[in-house]
Design a protein around this ligand. Sequence first.
Ligand code: SF4
Length: 372
Amino acid sequence: MKRRDFLKSAGICTTLSLVDFYNIFPSDRQDNNRYEVPYYKKLTGGMVECLICPKRCKIVNQGRGYCLNKVNDNGFYYSLVYSRPCTINIDPIEKKPFYHFLPGSASYSLSTAGCNFGCRFCQNWQISQASPEELKGYYLSPTKVVEKVKEAKIPVIAFTYGEPIVFYEYMYDIAALARKQGIHNVMVSNGFINEEPLRELCQHLSAVKVDLKAFTDEFYQKYCNARLQPVLNTLLTLKKINIHFEIVVLIIPTLNDSPKEIRAMCEWIKNNLGDNIPVHFSRFNPMYKLTNLPMTPVKTLEDVYQIARESGLKFVYLGNIASHQAESTYCPSCQKILIKRVGYKVEANNIKDGKCPYCLADIYGVWYDKPR
Ligand code: SF4
């Protein structure tokens, strides 16, 4: 389905002109109104092609790409959300979720409007499926973000909630500045990005969380308006780059929960990415356009957990279910508990110097802040 039809059916207006848009946002900023994005190419007839993500939108003059937050203005391609986050919070890193990256850390979490997917089950659809005009925002330059994070002594900035790939330029500049100040940057993403911008960005990131929505292209096309293979390519690139990453799979009853599909997914992860990659299976809540399905039964999640463990994955978690033992980390070697979690709270962390304190097995992850 076309993006605009998608938004219209969700009751979201997409008709504000650029002039209206600039009137809505405050003008007390130091940089220019618009930010020319680095990844695009000019086509004939005043059109441009966006090169950030595999959608590679081709955009006519005054038109926008699928994610609605970039505009072609007379053959130049601009971001409309640079320095304009719509949501900012301080969250535990476990909420992203990262379970093997600086456990118990706070993360300064921000997002702008927009997404390059159109997931019918989106849990953040008010942000991800809106255009910049529909959301009241802030003006916060990359310099200001880093100043605030430093002042508050927060160790991590998380690009999250909506889809950071569609505010790539803003994320990139924050991450580059923050890294110089010794602050970590993590991206929470659907992984639908082209390889060149991904590699460029990863120079400034410490970790990436990728949502693997399902393991069939049919699901990606039907429920997300996207494709599976580019996401798998991103995972392979992250592995090659050797950056820390974790995977989240939202288990939706009847749509992506068949044992055959889960087994194929887990085997692919093990064979291509390694058995150490943490995989979080999370519970679906009826939301947005998928309200006709029930919450995922706990039994289904426990079956999925079992399949993942049988497939040889060492770190498997269940999420969005209160107080389950599969929220905690166990040593894959001696099975003793390493990190006890209750919800997003870390109750005990026994890992010492990246090792199990009982059998001294190395535990995959970033467990303490190394100088960069
Ligand atoms: S980032 Fe947005 S505009 Fe660019 S190709 Fe992807 S969906 Fe299209």
